[in-house]
Ligand binder design. Structure first.
Ligand code: GUN
Length: 289
């Protein structure tokens, strides 16, 4: 029996339909949801991600302000721009595309974003709320993965979950979201010994390495009927591939996300959802209770 492909594009489209309806409702209330994006430097991958985010917003009726700044942009100039956007009542969400050029301080930059406009859920305030189970704005990739579990009725309570990633964007926030759902969560990383043994003990494996020269999740590393979520993206011969040996893993797993078409579209859809949430917060429509 072969496993089922998790169709992130279809689920993302259903999320986008809901977001589109919420945007229309907000507009009736006189709120025009608006996302400001900031890209510093000319990293081609980052530039294309930001362009996609702008297009996604247009697709659901969210307005955007696109700030593309030169590599030499200073910390002081970046701080002033964020201050300006924090105080701009027409802007509901602020996204600083990462990574920033080396001379800029990522932590202090992100920390400056107003927590109620923090559509990436990365400010220390929102990270603290997430760890306390009270966050409203949560990081988009983990949120998208949780939505996939929900859509496919994949139970989490009591399940052993391995996350191969410890970043602020993916591994750490996903750990908290899974714990909230009563999963037993283990975080693995480059210094973890015997990742294969860890994976073989898991009902669910989430991998987000993004470098196939260092790591590939192969069929011998998973249990029969495991759920496999692939967050990795690497470019090989101009083709985007994930961490997972998809063709073989799907023969043994119960569910697998493909790359592309799995977690990626969900991450993008969750940014739209968070922007609508931020616009709702600006009107006092949302609480975290
Ligand atoms: N760079 C790669 N992924 C992300 C993301 O989700 N948000 C931001 N701000 N930058 C990123």
């Amino acid at each position: 029996m072969t496993g089922q492909k998790i169709d992130g594009t279809t689920v993302a489209n259903s999320v986008k339909d809901l977001v589109r309806a919420s945007v229309a409702e907000l507009k009736k209330e006189g709120v025009e949801p608006c996302l400001a994006t900031i890209l510093v430097g000319d990293n081609p991958a980052s530039s294309s991600y930001v362009t996609s985010k702008q297009k996604d917003c247009a697709d659901v009726g969210i307005a955007t302000k696109d700030h593309r700044l030169p590599q030499e942009f200073t910390q002081l100039e970046l701080d002033s721009l964020i201050n300006l956007l924090n105080n701009d009542k027409t802007v509901h969400g602020i996204l600083v595309q990462l990574p920033l050029p080396k001379l800029l301080d990522e932590f202090s930059t992100i920390s400056r974003i107003s927590p109620i406009k923090d559509v990436d859920g990365l400010t220390p305030y929102n990270v603290g709320l997430l760890a306390s189970g009270r966050a409203i704005l949560k990081p988009c990739t983990p949120l998208g993965i949780m939505e996939l579990f929900d859509y496919y009725n994949i139970g989490l309570s009591g399940k052993n979950v391995i996350i191969i990633n410890r970043s602020n964007l993916v591994g750490k926030p996903l750990y908290h979201l899974l714990l909230e759902k009563n999963a037993t969560v283990t975080t693995c990383h480059s210094k973890t010994k015997n990742i294969k043994d860890q994976c073989l003990n898991a009902d669910i494996v989430v991998t987000a390495v993004g470098d196939r020269t260092r790591f590939i999740l192969t069929a011998d590393m998973i249990r029969e009927d495991a759920v496999v979520i692939d967050v990795g993206t690497s470019r090989i011969n101009d083709k985007i591939v994930g961490d997972v040996d998809y063709e073989n893993v799907i023969k043994k797993a119960s569910y697998v996300t493909p790359v592309p078409g799995g977690v990626g579209p969900m991450t993008r859809a969750m940014l739209l959802k968070n922007t609508v949430t931020a616009a709702s917060i600006s009107k006092g429509f949302v609480t975290n209770r």
